[in-house]
Design a binder for this molecule. Sequence first.
Ligand SMILES: Nc1nc2c(ncn2[C@@H]2O[C@H](COP(=O)(O)OP(=O)(O)OP(=O)(O)O)[C@@H](O)[C@H]2O)c(=O)[nH]1
Length: 324
Amino acid sequence: MDEYINTGLIIEDINDPFLILNNDIDKVLIIDDAMDNRTLLSELLMPNHKVFLAKDGAQGLSLACKHTPDLILLDVVMPGMNGHQVIKSLKSDESTFNIPVIFVSSKISPEDEKIGLDLGAVDYITKPFHPPIVQARVRNHLRGQRHKNLLEQLALIDSLTEIYNRRFYELDIKKVWSACNRNETQLSIAMIDIDFFKSYNDEYGHLNGDNALRVVANHIKKQLKRPHDIIARYGGEEFAVILPHTDAESAQRLLSEVCTSVEDLQIAHDSSSISHYLTISVGGASTIPTRDMDHESFLKIVDEHLYQAKAQGRNKVCWRSATA
Ligand SMILES: Nc1nc2c(ncn2[C@@H]2O[C@H](COP(=O)(O)OP(=O)(O)OP(=O)(O)O)[C@@H](O)[C@H]2O)c(=O)[nH]1
C-alpha cells in the first residue's frame, strides 16, 4: 500500500528512528478513509511538515498514541470508527488529550460544525476545501500549539536554576509512583538541602547565594544519567531527586558520590562549621510503591532521613535501610 512507504516526509506506521530525530519539524496526522484526500492533504502539507497517514480511525488512534503529532486532521464520515468516535477517544486518553484536532468534513451544515467543535475540535474545514486556506489554518494552529507547549514547559522550570520546579516534581512523582507500582519496580527518592545556606547568604550576599544555587543544582543534574532520573528545586535551597527503577543500594551510592562531588566543587563557605566549602545533606528512601502508601507519606520518610543527616553532622547521606 502506498502509505506504508516513507516518501519524503510522508510517513506511515514505520519503525523508523528518523521520526524521533527531526523534532523541530511539526508532525501532522491525517486520518481519512479516502485515499485521494489523504494524498491531496499530504501534498499540501508535506513541504513544511512531517505527515503521517491513517486510513481509518483505529489506525489513526494507534499512530496518535505512538507519535504524538502536533496536529490531527480528521475526517468525520468513515467506515468503522467515525471521526466523532475518534476525537472522543483522543480526548479521553491522557497521552493524546492535548493534541489539537481539525475536522475536515463533507458534512457542511452549521449543526455539523457545532457538533465537531463541541467535541473539542479546534477548527472545522468543509470539503471541498481550498488548499491555501487549509495551509493557513494548519500553520496558525501549529503556531498556537507551539506557543502553548512552550508556555507549559516554562511553567515547569525554575527560573533561577533552570532545572525543573516543584510543580514538575508533583506531576512527575504521581506518574512515576503509579508506573513503579504497576510494574512492581523499585523507586528511590532523595531530598537534598544545602548546609548552612543562611550563613552563606549572610557572608557572601544574596546574589552569590543565587549563583551557588545555580551551580549546585546543575552540577547535581549532570550526575543523573538515566533518562527518567530527575532533579527539581523543591523549595529555597532544597532539591528533590526522583530515581525510578533504582534500588536503595544504587541510589545511596549515587547520592554519596553527589554529596562528595559538591564539596569537591570547592565553593568557599568560611562560615560553615563542618567544611571550608559548600556542602549538602541528603535524606533518601527506596521502595516498591504499593496501594497502601501514597507518595506524600513516602516523602515524609525521606524528609525524616534528611533531618537525620542534618542532626548527624551534615555533609552526609542518610538512607532508610531496605528492611525498615
Ligand atoms: N540566595 C538565595 N537564598 C535562598 C533562596 N531560597 C532560599 N534561600 C535561603 O536559604 C536559607 C535557608 O536557611 P535555613 O533553612 O535556616 O537553613 P540553613 O542555613 O541552610 O541551615 P541547615 O539547613 O540547617 O544547614 C535562608 O536564609 C533562605 O533565605 C534563593 O533563591 N536564593
